[in-house]
Design a protein around this ligand. Structure first.
Ligand code: HEM
Length: 233
């Protein structure tokens, strides 16, 4: 590389670095944080009150939830909690879905998912090589888990409607295989969400900077157009 070319490249790099300033946009804008924490409270209410209702007519023989895990002293009281939580979960969830689609957050943060990235993430995890230095991108497995839990949340509302109003939503209930089948799918959805939550909360505690980011907003983002140019010398 001749001297003039080198100097031009250097000044371009300096100019780029000067323009590659973080925007005002944070990793988790305040609206996402509020919706996330409302969702966490609503989900806990739904799960623990659901366990109270379940105990009245068990699906898996021998599986009962102890009093300390249930919200509501008896089934009717748990049902009241479940209905109250349902409005919170459904309205907040709808806001999150509309926001995620309209603002392009789902496309930006949860897509694309490439098979080679999934294989690499699983391989790295099995070798205890988990990189937490960049909070601004989710790894392929995280993306899949978030998509699964979002779909499971939607499925819970739909199956919940089918067992709450089986006459009014008779078409939906029969599409799900009848009342008892809808109930079993609703229970399975709960199990998926509880499984996700166990992993999710453990990871949040193991990597506390992600938890801090979900509370305070996290780092300011560099606009996408500038991100690729950053590593220039
Ligand atoms: C008290 C329990 C919870 C804690 C401590 C927690 C913590 C967190 C943290 C730290 C993140 C950011 C992860 C990262 O940046 O790497 C996150 C994101 C997320 N959490 Fe939770 N969470 C909880 C409950 C839930 C529940 C109940 C759900 C759904 C059932 C949920 C679904 C999600 C989703 C979908 C994201 C990605 C959000 C986005 O980027 O738009 N979380 N959570």
């Amino acid at each position: 590389m001749n001297k003039r070319h080198g100097a031009t490249r250097m000044s371009n790099a300096i100019a780029l670095r000067q323009t590659a300033r973080p925007s005002d946009k944070r990793l988790h804008p305040w609206s996402v944080r509020i919706m996330h924490w409302i969702n966490a409270v609503a989900m806990l209410v739904m799960i623990t009150s659901g366990w109270g209702i379940y105990n009245d007519d068990v699906i898996i023989r021998g599986l009962l939830f102890s009093k300390s895990l249930r919200l509501g002293d008896w089934a009717a009281w748990s049902l009241n909690w479940h209905f109250a939580g349902m409005w919170l979960l459904a309205s907040n969830g709808l806001c999150y879905l509309v926001y995620g689609v309209a603002k392009g957050r789902f496309r930006e943060r949860l897509l694309p998912i490439r098979l080679r990235d999934v294989i690499r993430t699983v391989d790295d995890t099995l070798h205890f090589k988990i990189d937490h230095s960049d909070l601004t991108t989710y790894n392929a497995v995280q993306k899949i888990l978030y998509i699964i839990v979002i779909l499971a949340g939607i499925a819970q509302v739909v199956t919940g409607l089918a067992i709450w109003k089986p006459i009014q939503f008779s078409g939906l209930t029969s599409l799900l295989g009848g009342f008892q089948s809808a109930r079993i799918i609703h229970f399975a959805g709960m199990a998926v969400i509880v499984g996700f939550l166990l992993v999710h909360v453990i990871l949040a505690l193991l990597v506390p900077q992600t938890l801090r980011a979900m509370l305070t907003g996290g780092p300011r983002l560099i606009p996408p157009g500038q991100r690729a140019q950053e590593p220039l010398p």
